[in-house]
Ligand binder design. Structure first.
Ligand SMILES: [Zn+2]
Length: 375
């Protein structure tokens, strides 16, 4: 029996181990009744513990064995004996978050339907950033409207209830989407806001799902994927982003909502400096080219080492060694391997094909600056 469908706020229960087995992947048990929610409908499984005469084992995962029978299989950290009486306890903090995600999804799907006649075709609730996939290409304005509507539904504090109806009675209920199961169908009603067939765990009122925040959306499989976060996780997201913005605001001596201005200014300055820097490097390479050709071995500023080496590739009959004051070097020309061996004797390390690049100990730079090395 799935107790979580009767009371999604209960966390402890007693049961008997009806079946227990192990295979190379793990240990499993089916219980006479359970509060553990098996992964389904986009909602992750519960975790927790089972206690008994054997001590305590962790419930790592729960899943439905077969849709037809619907038995809940508990994946355990250690084997337990069949027939044992156990006390189960689900990890409430995790479950509550799942209920917030899941209930928020009901609310948001209904809000999207109302705001833009958008139909939810798939959901993913297995991380704090949840998704709702819509059949239609959604417009920004409609999504914003749906987000506001979801906020109103939260503050309306609608009671949430689950009840069963027969397949024949279903026609009398205006469901958001047709049920996937037959026979007795479990319906979940959120006040007069939303009605859907669902076997999952839900909050007692819509207020507990808030806040519901749409994070972004994108085109997906001809429709739209909407990303959202809800409940504690939305609050944590807010805390994290607020803290980040506050730190940035402090660094820029501005208000958190004004941070964009100095960041853009910094970006503009960076682009301008990059352009200037490039022009200066090119001028410096040109200025150094003559001396490099003359001397073969040359001390050059590190930032232009590579650029100058590339330029010197045109003089393929000559060997060049360029050194930076910090000990970086670029080596090219027909005798580069021979020169590399000599540099290695000074403690250099490096490699490369056309241009050998590397570094040698800074105190050896003066010693390596010897034109005879390449002559
Ligand atoms: Zn549900």
């Amino acid at each position: 029996m799935r107790l979580y469908q009767l009371d999604s706020y209960a966390t402890r229960f007693e049961a008997r181990v009806e079946r227990a087995w192990s295979d190379e992947k793990g240990h499993y048990a089916v219980l006479s009744q359970t509060f553990f929610y098996p992964e389904s409908g986009g909602q992750p499984a519960d975790t927790g513990v089972l206690r008994g005469p054997f001590g305590e084992v962790r419930v790592l995962h729960a899943y439905e064995e077969e849709k037809a029978f619907g038995e809940v299989v508990h994946v355990l950290s250690a084997p337990i004996p069949e027939g044992a009486e156990v006390e189960g306890e689900i990890d409430w903090k995790r479950r509550f978050r799942h209920m917030q995600r899941h209930t928020a999804q009901h609310i948001l799907s209904q809000a999207l339907l109302r705001a833009g006649n958008y139909h939810t075709v798939a959901v993913s609730l297995d991380s704090p950033v949840c998704t709702v996939d819509l059949e239609e290409e959604a417009e920004e304005e409609r999504i914003r409207e749906a987000e506001a509507l979801a906020g109103f539904a939260v503050y309306a504090d609608y009671p949430i209830e689950a009840f069963y109806v027969s397949e024949e009675e279903l026609a009398r209920y205006p469901l958001r989407r047709p049920p996937k199961v037959r026979g007795q169908v479990r319906l979940v009603r959120i006040g007069d806001f939303d009605l859907a067939a669902c076997g999952g765990t839900h909050l007692r009122t819509s207020a507990q799902a808030g806040p519901i925040k749409v994070l972004k959306w994108e085109r997906y499989k001809g429709g739209t994927r909407v990303y959202f976060t809800a409940g504690w996780e939305a609050l944590e997201d807010y805390h994290a982003k607020h803290a980040l913005l506050s730190r940035l605001a402090l660094a820029f001596s501005t208000h958190p909502l004004e941070v964009e201005k100095p960041v853009r200014k910094l970006q503009d300055e960076l682009y301008a400096l990059k352009g200037e820097n490039q022009a200066l490097k090119e001028a410096l390479v040109e200025a150094l080219l003559g001396r490099a050709l003359e001397e073969g071995v040359l001390l050059v500023p590190g930032p232009v080492l590579g650029d100058l080496a590339k330029k010197l590739l045109s003089w393929s009959e000559k060997t060049f060694l360029l050194l930076s004051p910090e000990g970086r070097f670029a080596l090219l020309g027909p005798r580069r391997q021979e020169v590399l061996e000599r540099l290695k004797a000074l403690g250099a390390k490096g490699g490369g094909k056309e241009v050998v690049q590397g570094a040698l100990p800074q105190e050896k730079v003066a010693e390596a600056l010897d034109p005879r090395l390449v002559s």
